[in-house]
Write a protein that binds this ligand. Sequence first.
Ligand SMILES: [Fe+2]
Length: 399
Amino acid sequence: MRYCSSDKLTAGMILAKPLYTDKNKLLLGAGNKLTDTFILRVRNLNLSYICIAEPGTERITIDDPVDDSVLVTLKQQLRDIFDEVLIVLRSKRRSCKTIDGLVKKVSEDRYVAPIDKTIGSIRYLVEDVHLKSLSHWDALLNFSKCVGWREHGVDVALISILLAYQYQFKFEQLIHLGLGALLHDLGKAYMPEIAAKRRSDLNAEEIELYRKHPMLGVSLLEYHSKGHYVAKECLLQHHEKLNGKGFPKGLTGEHLPPVSKRKYAANEIYHYAEIVSVADAYVNLVTGAWYKRPMTPDAALSRIIHAMSDTLNRPVSRMLAKIILPFPTGAPVRITHCAMIEYVGFYGVVSVPNRHAPHKADLVLYADSQGKNIRPESINLKGDSSAELELDVTNDEQD
Ligand SMILES: [Fe+2]
């Protein structure tokens, strides 16, 4: 089997894994042929990738690192929270003129967003991370399979937990971080029209409102009986930048590895929030939330490490590049360079990824440079220093 991005699906392809709706109902079972109607439904569900069967790739299996039902539950819980918050805030807004007034009103009324159910689900997610070694996370490509703005926190939580796990955060710390990452955009619940837009499409008035979402979000947790200090700081600080040019407070940071035993100055970004910011940037780039089109994982990592090196914590960004495999098992690729020039331009599927040199993977080739199907052929690029691959998806780096 292999991944296929939803915009490259064609009628007649065979589904290799069952697909479920966002309500966890079976949409289509494995082994079924895709029809035009079904492909439309996949696109309407905002699925970035699905798994299809490809002759010659029968031995390639793609593991789901996280139980899909946990992710589906979390997404539903997040949507429910956002829905309730929107209704409550709209009713409160009638008695106040500005967002700052609304923040004050939420605080006066001691209103708390209904987040308690999500804590149990985050616990499951952290248990999954604990149970599996990093090699099980090759399918990170597949994480951003739901790109709706209300569900975006689920991907951010998963990546944040994986990042913090590399820094030996303890179980309970991972849960606190996961909760903060899941809910980091809670304040956007009040501004669905702005939240659904790409950042590059916002006008000046919308940007002003958008910049209020961290404050509004944190006010929705202020009086939670459990305190949730870590989560609150993640909500408040996830748009702070290490060079001091972020918002709402213009805090700064020193590009230190995120460890717990550190004293923080009043103007410094909390290490939990630095992790959420990196995960958030990655998910926004690969899902197209910031720019016109989604970036490939490779391009997104490059953007984070180079162009965003002043604003995001560098050690965390480098850690992200270590744990995200640009060409995981089952990834559809095109050979752009290799020593065997007759294979340049050929299309294939990664059968054995290479964690240390991702472009030097084992492949099963299935189409020539014209896209014409060939008899499947296995090749190993491990010893080929010139080998370079690109993901065979339509998403490119675009500003
Ligand atoms: Fe945000």
